[in-house]
Design a protein around this ligand. Structure first.
Ligand code: UFG
Length: 330
């Protein structure tokens, strides 16, 4: 199948593009490279640098390559920034994404896999979180993703769009040459690895007074390769599933301190750690129930053991101390 991957130069998008190629699909990537890296686009994929709202370029690409399905990753994804600049989040994650979806429907591309997030749930009222947990996002990022999920739901009912929305918990780990390189980097594991590499890096635990066993927040870390596999399974299942939402998590919670210990063990390095105040909007515990995706898509995470995640991310970080580095000359 010919699959269009938006945001295929980003962290999760590039690994999914690679897995699609490995599964025998043809892949076209569009990415505006505002946060993605040209070097991350897997060899074998057609690449076009384009904004999601550039309907002329994308329309031509869809026709030229015979795109039959889309995986949509291109989005703004920094929770904190979404609170100071919500307009940008609604513009990219809703307005432009909708314009893009309308183009696809015009071109009769009806199969759509959407990169969603656990941030649609907000503060959990029960754990592990199932898909029917209340949806009350506490940041504009989560709200923007939920709005788009709702659009997909109604378009499925009205226009026969077939879609799967995958709500990832904490994407982590690396796949060989493909790893996590965000600017700025806010995520726990890459920041810990930065500290392991560079003693001058100031790592802080954001709050140790949460109501958890060691006082630090608990999250559900899921390997990016397992996330990619969920996408490929979802794509294959579209003719049967037609319209659905799934959590993608390992269903195992690890505290910040536990992740820190795993990083110290895997890297063999110790570094200064201080405790800082809580980060605004961090729930104490976020752990997925992934029963639905296991039952309906036969998805079983094979790479998400915490040490395995850290090992793969460390291997990548050692090869890419400054991330992907400056953009390659185009
Ligand atoms: N943390 C630290 N120190 C750091 C970085 C993070 O203590 O330097 C802590 C955070 O406070 C949090 C945990 O590590 O308790 C994980 O933080 P991340 O930033 O790695 O991930 P989040 O759980 O905040 O965010 C993830 C996804 C978001 C998604 C969100 C849903 O990355 O896209 O879950 O709540 F929106």
């Amino acid at each position: 199948m010919n699959v269009l991957v938006t945001g295929g130069a980003g962290y999760v998008g590039s690994v999914c593009a690679q897995q699609l190629l490995a599964a025998g699909h043809k892949v076209a990537v569009i990415d505006d490279l505002s946060t993605g890296h040209r070097q991350a686009v897997p060899r074998g994929a057609v690449f076009v640098q384009a904004d999601l709202a550039d309907t002329r370029t994308i329309g031509q690409l869809v026709k030229d390559t015979g795109v039959a399905a889309v995986m949509h990753f291109a989005a703004a994804a920094l929770v904190e920034k979404s609170m100071t600049d919500p307009r940008y989040y609604f513009e990219i994650n809703v307005q432009k994404a909708l314009q893009f979806l309308h183009l696809l429907l015009e071109l009769e591309v009806n199969d759509f896999i959407f990169s969603s997030t656990a941030a649609v749930y907000g503060e959990p009222v029960s754990t592990p979180i199932t898909e029917d947990h209340p949806l009350r996002p506490i940041n504009a990022y989560g709200e923007s993703k939920l709005m788009f999920e709702n659009i997909l739901h109604w378009y499925h009912r009205a226009y026969g769009l077939r879609y799967v929305a995958l709500r990832y918990f904490n994407a982590a780990g690396a796949d060989g040459e493909l790893g996590e390189d965000h600017q700025p980097e806010t995520h726990l594991i890459p920041r810990l690895l930065n500290a392991a590499l560079d003693q001058a890096f100031e790592f802080a635990i954001y709050g140790d007074d949460y109501p958890t066993s060691d006082g630090t927040c608990i999250r559900d870390y899921v390997h990016v390769l397992d996330i990619a596999e969920a996408h490929v399974l979802a794509l294959n299942a579209l003719p049967v599933v037609k319209g659905a939402v799934y959590n993608v998590g390992h269903s195992e919670g690890h505290s910040v301190r536990k992740v820190l210990d795993a990083v110290a063990e895997v890297t063999g390095r110790h570094f200064p750690v201080r405790t800082a105040p809580r980060r605004v909007g961090d729930p104490a515990v976020l752990v997925a129930s992934s029963e639905k995706i296991a039952r309906e898509l036969c998805w079983h995470p094979r790479h998400s053991d915490l040490k395995n995640i850290v090992r793969s991310a460390w291997a990548w970080k050692q090869q890419h101390a400054s991330g992907y580095g400056p953009p390659a000359v185009q």
